[in-house]
Design a protein around this ligand. Sequence first.
Ligand code: HEM
Length: 372
Amino acid sequence: MRRVLRQRILKPRDVAIFSGEINQVIADLIKRIYILRSQAEDGETVTSINDLFFKYSMEGVATILYESRLGCLENSVPQLTVDYIEALGLMFSMFKTSMYAGAIPRWLRPFVPKPWREFCRSWDGLFKFSQIHVDNKLRDIQCHMDRGETVRGGLLSCLFLSQELTLEEIYANMTEMLLAGVDTTSFTLSWAVYLLARHPEVQQTVYREIVKNLGERHVPTAADVPKVPLVRALLKETLRLFPVLPGNGRVTQEDLVVGGYLIPKGTQLALCHYATSYEDENFPRAKEFRPERWLRKGSLDRVDNFGSIPFGFGVRSCIGRRIAELEIHLVVIQLLQHFEIKTSSWTKAVPAKTHGLLTPGGPIHVRFVNRK
Ligand code: HEM
């Protein structure tokens, strides 16, 4: 799959073509915020932005993957999508138990049935959802081809037309991509908004840059993102403080000497970049939220810092990175154009919690106040 999609999503300019689709999802998100706000006592607070951004991320990534809308941000969410969300919830709530499910020998399963049963139930739900959407889209593509029309499409069309993957492989990869692309993006967006609400001075600086370089109401596309470096810096800083995957691992492919220690070929290495992200040696005043630390001082300046590698690195690094970045950059710009994001009397300090992924440890409530 990586080989087929490499040309399509690994660089920022590859995913730029999805700006229009993502902006449609953002328009629905903003409508949803107005509705949710109007239902609040103070007319401004949206409770649990975690849920709202989950729906945004799911709608956004599905639009790109399946080339179709799921209706996550509608007043009434379609049953198929509700079932998928339930299966996903089950998968994550069972994360620790089900992680061991595969390790339980077959003969032991009747005696300890729950982990394997739940593992299968959640994954069956996830696959079923993917399969229905993939089948719908493929039928659609086939119809176009039968009529002799050229098919130009997104990722699913590309995988299908490449003929390099079997149908089973397409189902499996689409399921994995959707799974990998929802919580990761939604947690990061929730943290970014939480940090902005708690640091109004940072928010004001980012907003001023947006207004100066893009305007108060210009709907941004990927081409606009380089004009607002603070928005990119905000995402990097959010992921430094709250990397969704707090650790990573690799098996060494050859003998290595690191810091005077010999690490033999075949050793399993664990890297906790959550820890290295908080080291003052790597990031001065590391506990502070300072997006400007990521700004380049000149065209030759590089601010890469291997203390924080939230998307991993190398040939197995995150394949959805550019999609996630586009989804987050565009939505942050538009949220700040529409609203000043503030804490409310319900906003509590939210700790991070590890549950397989690093997640917000509680609901995040913020006020979306109209820009004057
Ligand atoms: C803020 C959002 C995201 C973060 C922080 C994130 C982070 C990561 C990390 C750390 C890895 C492991 C990389 C490594 O071992 O070097 C990974 C892998 C992966 N991610 Fe993401 N991810 C995000 C969004 C997405 C999205 C939106 C998608 C899909 C559209 C996606 C799909 C994948 C896939 C398929 C892999 C496995 C790649 C492989 O093994 O070849 N991710 N991600």
